[in-house]
Every structure is written in structure tokens, then in C-alpha cells.
Design a protein around this ligand. Sequence first.
Ligand SMILES: [Zn+2]
Length: 63
Amino acid sequence: METLKPQDYGLTELPTEPSAVPGCAACLPLAVARQNARSSGDYSAVSDVNVELRKHHAAAHTS
Ligand SMILES: [Zn+2]
């Protein structure tokens, strides 16, 4: 499995990874799961979490 290099994300665009919103009980476990996945080198799990986090952001953190 290939790991994504930083240039694959497109540096001119917004950061691909959504960040956890401080104080949000739904963001926190996703951010923790992403961190765990990354620390074990499971980048497909990282991107799964990012999809979930992005979905959650769209549902809960749009203004
Ligand atoms: Zn949230």
C-alpha cells in the first residue's frame, strides 16, 4: 500500500484533514481514532476517519 506524500494533497487547497472542534464530544473520539490509526501506520483508516469527521463537520459545524 502506498502512503500519501504531502504533495498528493494539493498544497494550494484547504487542508484535507478536518480538525476536531474544541469541546465537541463527537469530534474528539474521531480525532483520537485518527491519531491512533496514523501512529500505527494505517493510512486507510486515517482517511476513513477523515471522511467521518468531514461528514460530521458538515452536519454539526456549518455556520
Ligand atoms: Zn464536532
